[in-house]
Design a protein around this ligand. Structure first.
Ligand SMILES: Nc1ncnc2c1ncn2[C@@H]1O[C@H](COP(=O)(O)OP(=O)(O)OP(=O)(O)O)[C@@H](O)[C@H]1O
Ligand SMILES: O=P(O)(O)OC[C@H]1O[C@H](OP(=O)(O)OP(=O)(O)O)[C@H](O)[C@@H]1O
Length: 215
C-alpha cells in the first residue's frame, strides 16, 4: 500500500474527523491539542496526519503535500477547490455563514435605502458574491478572526461570519440578519493522488462514506 498523508486542523475538525478515521481503522498516536508535533503518526505505519491551519488544508492537498484533507465549505469556497475532489460532505463542524449587525442597527432600512455598508469578514469571496447577488454595494474589510469586534469599535457596520449556537453574537450585542449558506466540512482529495494511490485511498473513502450515517 502507498503512503498516505491526511491534512487536518486542530480543534473541531480533528475531533470530529477522529471517528471517521477510527471507522477506517486509523488512530492518531498523539493528541494535536496537547502535542506540538505537526506530523502525527497513526497506528498504521502507512498513514500519517499533518496538522495545519484550517484555511491551509486545501492548499496542502492541492499541491500534493497531503493526499487527503478535511475542510469546511467556508474554507473551500475561499480557496476555489482547484485540483481537488470533494467527494463527501461529512456533515461535521456544522454552522451557518451569516450577516450580522449590532442589535440596534436597522439593516433592512439600510439595505432599502441603498446605504453603502462597510462589512468586515475573513470570507471575502463569499461575502462579495452574496452582496453582488443582492445588488448591494459594500466595502469589504478583510480580517483574520474575531470579526464580532469590528462593529463594536466602529471598524465596520456589519460582519460576515460563521454562527453556530449564536452565543458569540449575543455576547457582543450583535444579531444575525441574513443567512448566506449552511456550512459543513468535506473530505477533499488531491486529484492526481486519487488516480495514483487509488488502492490505498478507495477503502478510506468507502469507510468514511459508511461512517457518515453512524458518526
Ligand atoms: N462555531 C462553529 N461551530 C461549528 N463549526 C464551525 C464553527 N466555527 C467554524 N466552524 C467550522 O470549522 C472549521 C474549522 O474551524 P476552526 O475554528 O478550527 O478554524 P478557523 O479558526 O476558522 O481557521 P484558521 O485557523 O485557518 O483561521 C471552519 O472552517 C468551519 O467550517
Ligand atoms: O455561534 P457560536 O457557537 O458562538 O460560534 C460562532 C463562533 O465560532 C467561530 O469561531 P471559533 O470558535 O472557531 O473561534 P476562532 O475562529 O477564533 O477559531 C466563529 O468565527 C464565531 O466566532
Amino acid at each position: 500500500m502507498a503512503n498516505i498523508t491526511i491534512a487536518l486542523s486542530k480543534g473541531r475538525i480533528f475531533e470530529d474527523t477522529a471517528p471517521f478515521l477510527k471507522a477506517a481503522g486509523i488512530v492518531a498516536q498523539d493528541d494535536p491539542d496537547t502535542s506540538r508535533k505537526l506530523i502525527i503518526a497513526t497506528n498504521n505505519p502507512k498513514v500519517r496526519l499533518i496538522m495545519v491551519r484550517a484555511s491551509d488544508v486545501p492548499t496542502y492537498v492541492q499541491y500534493g503535500a497531503a493526499d487527503l484533507g478535511v475542510a469546511g465549505k467556508d474554507v473551500m469556497l475561499e480557496h476555489g477547490g482547484m485540483g481537488l475532489y470533494q467527494p463527501l460532505d461529512l456533515q461535521i463542524a456544522r454552522c451557518r455563514m451569516m450577516v450580522a449587525v449590532p442589535e440596534d442597527f436597522d439593516y433592512e432600512s439600510a439595505v432599502f435605502q441603498g446605504a453603502r455598508l462597510r462589512v468586515a469578514t475573513k470570507y471575502l469571496k463569499t461575502a462579495r458574491d452574496h452582496f453582488a447577488d443582492k445588488g448591494m454595494h459594500v466595502d469589504l474589510i478583510k480580517l483574520y478572526g474575531s470579526m464580532e469586534l469590528a462593529p463594536l469599535v466602529g471598524l465596520a457596520d456589519a460582519i460576515v461570519d460563521l454562527v453556530s449556537s449564536g452565543n458569540t453574537l449575543k455576547a457582543n450585542q450583535l444579531k444575525a440578519v441574513e443567512e448566506i449558506m449552511t456550512i459543513s466540512a468535506r473530505l477533499i482529495i488531491n486529484q492526481a493522488a486519487l488516480k495514483l494511490k487509488r488502492e490505498a485511498i478507495q477503502p478510506l473513502l468507502e469507510a468514511f462514506k459508511t461512517a457518515i450515517k453512524t458518526v
